[in-house]
Design a protein around this ligand. Sequence first.
Ligand code: BDR
Ligand code: CA
Length: 315
Amino acid sequence: MEQKKIPVILDGDPGHDDAIAWVLAKASPMLDILAVTSVCGNQTIQKTTYNAQRICALIGLETQVAMGRALPLVGDPIIAPTVHGESGLDGPALPEPAFPPHSKSAIEVMAEILERHPEPVTLVPTGPLTNVAALLLAHPELKSKIARISLMGGGVQFGNWTPAAEFNILVDPEAADVVFSSGIPIIMAGLDVTEKALIFPEDFQRIRAVGNKVSQVVADWLEFFYGFHRKMGYPGAPVHDAVAVAALVRPEILTMQEMYVAVETQGEYCRGATIGDFRGIAGKAPNAKVILDIDRQAFADLLVEAAAYYQEKEA
Ligand code: BDR
Ligand code: CA
């Protein structure tokens, strides 16, 4: 009997690791991708939307692509050209978009899907949580239509953009606060695990050796993305965003701990920090499954397998 697919909306700011997360999502027989939505983060909303369209063209993802919010809920945008380049997805040449973005905004498209879909939908945000928060603020009645949120963001032990804060949460802490306070089940792929989700140069070679168009592009993306991290002393590329997808398709390779996570929206040093209550000191019910560890080899193998999916498609 065919396994029932998990309906998902992929919301991101591509971004090399967002792109690889979507390559993995499309390759999985377990996911039914209902829409792709863009958000401002790694680059401006125009650039992340264009990148989302180009990724869809590359991997043959024929779903609606809708443009999300151009600005965080409260603060000014922060972009990351040092990590992802001026385009937000520098490196290999990509096909031009196969179709224009949806005429409606990401929030409208998400709301329509949630209203109409017969079962609750899983959101997979891999950028700042601006769109998801805007959706919850505009449509609180749709909360029960969201099965869970499997997100990349935060870190209960350390940050990467400040000592305390991870990029996606730092860009829009108010949005993250709305999401973590929503009561919707959250799976949090933060830096605690994603900095262990390292893809080494020898893995790039395995992916390249798969020998199809998508695998070549993924290997080139990894090379580009690793360029930044190599200078920082990483032994491989931390493919952060793909862990939020792995949490849905291969949860057995991850170690999670349920806990209460608060988002710091104030603070001289800690704006954007995610505070994990490891010891239950606050006496609050857990609001997130925080992923703390990963079987790195299995994760690398998963990306190689995903690349091979596109081979079969081309055959
Ligand atoms: C996150 O920041 C972005 O640069 C990546 O795409 C990822 O979502 C990691 O901190
Ligand atoms: Ca991202």
